[in-house]
Structure formats: structure tokens, C-alpha cells
Design a protein around this ligand. Structure first.
Ligand code: 13P
Ligand code: SF4
Length: 419
């Protein structure tokens, strides 16, 4: 645990955060529609988004000491029958119990490394738990401690809209001489529903994470003339641009507009068609923040996540997945100054782990991923104690037909090892 966790900082000074309601227990928002405090104020919220969770009042009111004692006791009783996975963005109070901490790619692999565990408790968000369920043995259970821990970006692409856009694209490219390749290869970011991963599996497509997006795009271009990339426009644009694809061949489509909102000749020339999704956390980072960091700390090294907008990635010294960011810090020297453009829990933890360096978040306002933040120790205690009592609470079950097709796309992804 870090000296001062993000949660402690929020509780101590709610006014210094992007939303003072973050200081409340997340259970208050479980049944409220929308993403809750901390998500970008102006985000349009697609429907349906919430997956209501609930936490018994006794756990909501339990003092922290008791919660932690109960988590440790349940963990000891359960032994190797349970494995806890934690994403880097989880709060310290939860991530301290994880057997594996990592980025989305690592955690998808971690789910495979403990086949003997009866239950995988995923301290992350909904799409990560779905992925674990798809990759796990059929007998293994996957638990998401708070079912309201979704991902606003993942919810920006729904199956019906992607199918509708796909049908339109197939009409546009119907008369094209494909040269033995698919006209379009669908590529979904890991941050998407199981249904969209299944769509990719059925249509010769693949899943990518932020760590292997370039390898995945190369895979796709070996098989197709172009790519439909969803939901994150920024990861798609940043990756395609870094591969040397000109911006005019990376247009953004809009499934709600006639002709997808783009001239037909643009669709025909396109190499990567982007979906207009984005992450509320990463869109907060700006070039101004980088300029400010450079003027305050000459020689500062800036690294950002590729979910940041393109001008921010271009202005940074490096970009990469959460694991790449962790390695970047690990490889730095005592005395270095590093400004990071990613979620605050991870940045705060790195700063505490490397006290001989100056490490800070580019965004001066404390604004965690509001959905990751929905996993509070109360939910972990409640779900683990459920297992001790023989009850699987908040289980994530992907229907068999969806899981079968999604697994095809995920297994292709797992072979696309990050560079
Ligand atoms: P990583 O794959 O880099 O862990 O990213 C996951 C995510 O949701 C970032 O917002
Ligand atoms: Fe989704 Fe953004 Fe949170 Fe990642 S940081 S889980 S993309 S909302």
C-alpha cells in the first residue's frame, strides 16, 4: 500500500477532485443510471450502461479495519481455490490483495495460468471479467465484485450499431476487387463487450489491447485491405499513424449518420476506419499540461497511454500500455522527473514505489477511473465471504454461443505478443 492512497487523498480533500461525490461509498451509485462521479461531465451515455450491483448495508457501514481483517481471513480459508486479479488502475486498498497485477493483456493471460483455481475474482471492470470467463475452464467461476464496474468507453460501441455499420461497409465494398483479401477486418479493442469480440470472431477479426495493437493491425493487414477499429478512436488513430498510415486514410465513421457520415471515396481509400469512442479519463490529458510540465521541469520525461488524443501522444516522449508505462518508470534513474498521462491510482502507486524520482500525473486534478473505483474493499469482503459460505456472488457468465465466437478472436489476440 502506498503512503497516501488516492482514496485517502480524495477523502481528505474531496474539493480537490474532479467530483466531490467520489468521497462517498460507491454503493450509493450502484443503482443510479450513468457512470457516477468522476466520469467526464459531458460524456453522452449510451443505453444501456449500468449493470446494477448491490452491497449489503452491513458491509457498507463496516469500519475499514474490520473489512480488511475479514478479507484476509476469507483469503486464508479459500487458499488456492481462488485467484484474485487486479488491474493497475484499482485502488491500493483492493489491489494489495491481488495475486496478479497487470495490464489487460497480462491479466487475460493470468486468467489462464491458474486452471486449478475454482474461482477468479476480477478486480477490474466488466469487459475484463467477461474475457476471463471466456478464457477460463468451463467449471471456473468469475466474479466481478461490483457489477456496476463497467467501462464507459466499452459502452460506446454496441452490437447493433457495429452490425449496422458493417452492413453498410459491405455494400460499399461489394464491387471491389479484393485480391483474395477481406475488404475489411474488424478489430475490437479489449475494452468492448463479449458480443463485439464474438462479432470479430465470426467475421475474420481479432481483439487487441493497448500493448499489442500494432502487432494486431499487422495481422489484420495480412488478411484484409482495411480495418474497422472500435471502440477507441484514439488508440486506433495513434497506432495507425505510428505505422505510417496517412491521417486521410484513417477516417472516423458515425454509424448513426447516412453513409456513415463519410464520402464514399473516403471509405474506399480508407485503411483504418475509426469508431468515435473514447476514454473519459484519458481525454482529460492535454498538450498544455505537457507544455506546463516541460516548463516547470526542464528535462522531464513524458509518457502517456495511447488512449490519449493524438496531439497529446505526439507531444509526449513515449506512449504505451499501463505495463509499458510501468517498465518505463522501472528503467528510469534516481533523480529523474517523469510526468505520466494515465489513471491516477497507477501514477500514485508508481510515485510511492520510486520515492527517489519525481513522478506525477499530468492532470493536476485527482480524477480516477470512476468505474474501476467502484470496487471498494467492502465488495471484495462480501464476495470472498460468499465463497467461504459456498455462494458465488456477482458471477459473470458469458452465454456459450457468444463465448465460443469471442474466444476465436481472443485466441488470435493472445498470439499477437506485444513488441
Ligand atoms: P491497459 O491494457 O493498458 O491496461 O489499458 C486498459 C484500460 O482500460 C486503459 O484505460
Ligand atoms: Fe474504461 Fe477509461 Fe476506465 Fe480504462 S480508464 S476502464 S478505458 S473508462
Amino acid at each position: 500500500m502506498t503512503a497516501t492512497s488516492v482514496n485517502d487523498r480524495i477523502v481528505a480533500a474531496p474539493g480537490a477532485t474532479c467530483d466531490a461525490d467520489l468521497a462517498d461509498g460507491p454503493w450509493i451509485f450502484d443503482l443510479v443510471p450513468g457512470y457516477g462521479p468522476g466520469s467526464s461531465e459531458n460524456d453522452a451515455i449510451p443505453d444501456p450502461v449500468t449493470r446494477p450491483g448491490q452491497l449489503p448495508v452491513a458491509y457498507q457501514k463496516m469500519p475499514d479495519d474490520e473489512l480488511h481483517a475479514r478479507i484476509r481471513a476469507a483469503r486464508d480459508t479459500l487458499g488456492n481455490s481462488v485467484v484474485i486479479l487486479g488491474h493497475y488502475y484499482q485502488r491500493d486498498e483492493v489491489v494489495q490483495y491481488a495475486d496478479f497485477v497487470g495490464d489487460s493483456f497480462q491479466l487475460a493471460n493470468a486468467a489462464l495460468t491458474r486452471p486449478e483455481a475454482e474461482t477468479i475474482v476480477f478486480c477490474g471492470v466488466h469487459f475484463m471479467a467477461e474475457t476471463a470467463d471466456i478464457l477460463a475452464r468451463p467449471e471456473q467461476h468469475v466474479i466481478l465484485p461490483n457489477l456496476a464496474a463497467g467501462c464507459s468507453m466499452a459502452d460506446m460501441a454496441d452490437e447493433d450499431s457495429v452490425e449496422a455499420a458493417w452492413d453498410q461497409l459491405m455494400q460499399v465494398y461489394a464491387d471491389e476487387d479484393s485480391g483474395g483479401k477481406q475488404a475489411v477486418v474488424p478489430v475490437t479493442y479489449m475494452n468492448s463487450s463479449a458480443a463485439l469480440k464474438a462479432f470479430c470472431g465470426r467475421n475474420g477479426g481479432i481483439v487487441c489491447t493497448s500493448s499489442n495493437a500494432a502487432t494486431v493491425l499487422e495481422w489484420a493487414f495480412e488478411r484484409g485491405r482495411r480495418v474497422l477499429f472500435f471502440p477507441d478512436q484514439h488508440l486506433g488513430r495513434n497506432t495507425a499513424k505510428a505505422m505510417g498510415i496517412p491521417l486521410e486514410q484513417i477516417p472516423m465513421i458515425n454509424a448513426r449518420k447516412p453513409g456513415l457520415g463519410v464520402d464514399e471515396h473516403v471509405l474506399r481509400d480508407a485503411k483504418v476506419l475509426l469508431w468515435p469512442g473514447f476514454c473519459s479519463v484519458h481525454k482529460r490529458f492535454t498538450v498544455d499540461q505537457i507544455d506546463q510540465a516541460r516548463s516547470q521541469y526542464p528535462g522531464v520525461k513524458v509518457i502517456v497511454h495511447p488512449e490519449c488524443p493524438m496531439p497529446v501522444v505526439d507531444a509526449a516522449d513515449a506512449s504505451g500500455s499501463t505495463e509499458k508505462i510501468r517498465k518505463f518508470v522501472e528503467a528510469s534513474q534516481a533523480g529523474d522527473v517523469i510526468a505520466i498521462g494515465t489513471e491516477i491510482n497507477m501514477v500514485n502507486r508508481l510515485a510511492a514505489q520510486y520515492p527517489d524520482r519525481t513522478i506525477f500525473c499530468l492532470d493536476p486534478v485527482i480524477c480516477p477511473c470512476s468505474t474501476m473505483y467502484r470496487i471498494h474493499p467492502g465488495y471484495l469482503a462480501w464476495t470472498l465471504e460468499g465463497l467461504v459460505a459456498g455462494e458465488v456472488r456477482n458471477e459473470i457468465v458469458v452465454p456459450d454461443d457468444v463465448a465460443r465466437d469471442a474466444k476465436v478472436a481472443l485466441e488470435r489476440m493472445l498470439k499477437a505478443v506485444p513488441r
